[in-house]
Design a protein around this ligand. Structure first.
Ligand code: MTE
Ligand code: MO
Length: 352
């Protein structure tokens, strides 16, 4: 793993570990805003409250007995993924320089959030569903537990899961045991780990991390920004990454296989990936894998004939709405370094 910070623990796998459709637990990226809490699963309870007819307090055993088990294969991706490419254009002090690996895919098992909310009875004014974790982050002033909210329409969709297992193993502590939210197609920050409380409410949560994960105008000072100054992030921006050959690789010239993944958030899928080795004058359409579920990345590969010397490899993805990634990181740069969905670019050197 590439460790960006030890406390709180923030690490991403090397590009090669992202070549599999499902990421092994030991390679799954870790993104934490505070210390990882050790929770006693036996005394743990999930509270469901706010604008509901029947507030609930559920033990793990009750959760597993009262609701049908569901599985979803979904890619999680941090909104800060590929921030390092934004930083090459202009520095972003105090933020992790994530490469393309702040993303991973798992098979999640648990219950549908929709089923739990139906049991509690959502009231008509309940437009947002808020989640509160257990870990207290010092990034907020005053410090507060990590939290997020999503609109009720997304919360009641069949893909949103309260998960206790990952890749058919017990959810690891680092990934939110005993229970975490998984919001497929939305930025990772909405998939709250170490879940304690679900609150149905009329407005989005005022938790620090809800509006913290927003795109500010380029000229804004992130330390002076008020909630509401930015665009609060939800669905993941269309993006792609090159996994092979490695950044800076030295390889023979001639036909070379280039591989990577592309991911379109929410209910969009990737429709095409184009790859270029001549600065975008000509493009080769990559072979694109069918997604294992509508909620995962899609791997792709193309064979390009590389000439001797230094070459920039470029990849760009198109989604099922016909949208394409923007050409340069400069045009999407923002003060907190989120949602970098510009073309993937990396240099390799070929010897004759
Ligand atoms: N309670 C809690 N939940 C959290 C976080 C956190 O710091 N605390 N980080 C969020 C962010 S920013 C991301 S990208 C994902 C990362 O999940 P992972 O560490 O399992 O990969 O968890 C989200 N859920
Ligand atoms: Mo994140």
């Amino acid at each position: 793993m590439v460790i960006h910070k030890v406390t709180p623990y923030n690490a991403e796998p090397p590009p090669d570990a992202l070549l599999d459709q499902i990421t092994p637990l030991e390679s799954f990226y870790g993104r934490n805003h505070g210390p990882i809490p050790q929770m006693d699963a036996a005394s743990w309870r999930l509270r469901v409250e706010g604008l509901v007819d029947r507030p609930l307090e559920l033990s793990m055993e009750e959760l597993q007995r009262r609701f049908p088990e569901r599985n979803v294969v979904a890619t999680l991706q941090c909104a800060g993924n590929r921030r390092a490419d934004l930083m090459e254009f202009r520095d972003i002090p105090g933020q992790e320089p994530w490469g393309p690996g702040a993303t991973s895919t798992a098979r999640w098992s648990g219950v549908r959030l929709a089923d739990v909310l139906a049991e509690a009875g959502l009231q008509a004014e309940a437009a947002h569903i808020a989640f509160t974790g257990t870990d207290v982050s010092q990034e907020a002033n005053p410090p507060q537990p990590f939290g997020a909210s999503i609109p009720a329409a997304k919360a009641t969709s069949s893909e949103v899961i309260l998960a206790w297992a990952m890749n058919d193993q017990a959810l690891p502590t680092a990934h939110g045991a005993p229970l975490r939210v998984v919001v497929p197609g939305w930025i990772g920050a909405r998939s709250v780990k170490w879940l304690q409380r679900i609150t149905a409410q009329a407005e989005p949560t005022d938790n620090y991390f809800q509006t913290g994960y927003s795109v500010l105008p380029p000229e804004a000072d992130p330390h002076k920004a008020k909630p509401g100054d930015g665009i609060t992030l939800g669905p993941i921006a269309l993006h792609c990454a090159i996994l092979r050959p490695d950044k800076g690789a030295q390889l023979p010239s001639g036909p070379t296989e280039v591989t990577g993944f592309a991911f379109a958030g929410d209910d969009r899928t990737v429709a095409r990936v184009d790859v270029s080795s001549d600065g975008g004058s000509t493009w080769t359409h990559a072979d694109l894998d069918a997604p294992e579920s509508p909620w995962t990345w899609q791997h792709w590969r193309a064979t390009l004939t590389l000439l001797a010397g230094e070459t920039e490899l470029i990849a760009r993805a198109w989604d099922s709405n016909g949208a394409v990634q923007p050409e340069s990181a400069a045009t999407v740069w923002n003060p907190r370094g989120y949602a970098n969905n510009s073309w993937a670019r990396q240099y390799v050197t070929c010897h004759p």
